[in-house]
Ligand binder design. Sequence first.
Ligand code: SIN
Length: 303
Amino acid sequence: MVNLGFSIGDLRFRNPVLTASGTFGYGSEFDDFMDVSRLGGIVVKGTTLEPREGNPYPRMAETPSGMLNSVGLQNKGIDYFGKYIYPRISEYDTNVIVNVNGSYVDDYVALAERLNSFDRIPAIELNISCPNVKMGGMAFGTNLGSAREVTRAVRAVYMKKLIVKLSPNVTNIVDFALAVEEEGADAVSLINTLLGMVVDVKRMKPALSTITGGLSGPAVRPVALRMVWQVARAVKIPVIGMGGIMNTDDALQFILAGASAIQVGTASFIDPLASVKILEGIEKYLTDKGISDISDIKGYINR
Ligand code: SIN
């Protein structure tokens, strides 16, 4: 038996494979394909206090080895989540994490406060890195003072585990990781998407209604890996790595570079079973190498 588990403080995850927000719906969309409870956790769709329509279409574009999105945090808001989605996802025997968004600090605080009372949600992922909204999102995650302010304010009211999702669209992501750690984050997750754009030459127009969008997929992986490696060496809290993880080898790169866990994102659009295949692959890799605990390979490249 291989021990695949990891912890954020006293919150235990049975394995290091989580799904990334916005790429796995609320989990139930995948029930026909897999047993969602096998995963270490799922991070559900970005949620806001009020319903959001999202950005006008088109809001997706293909790129070489990746995709560009500008969804704009479309969701039905926390009331709908509590009434219709929460009862369903409470049945999962895994850690269900809500990705929390807002336009102002007070929005984040109010939402985090509400989520305290959801017994089956043991953690939130504070999204200060969405590149597709006019207010909030990346504006918080690319300014050190704002990143600190929103983390501090949410920490003051949120009683459970606080994961802060960092933006790669900064000069030095380590500064942001250290800042949110100092303000009380229990873990960091990185990277959110890289700001990019595509022009549709036939139409002579930007491919996305918002002109720019967030780039994800294998194209961003080397950048994500470099950032995870840098952050993991700098902070004491667990690092959850993501960015173009398509298969087991990709996931292992992040763990060998220092991540405690990984999130599978864009890969789930191509293969709904990507996350469980990666989980099985990690277990096989460790078994084949005769390693009984995944913590033995975490950050191995730095030894
Ligand atoms: C979106 O809804 O636009 C994407 C969310 C994100 O990048 O955080």
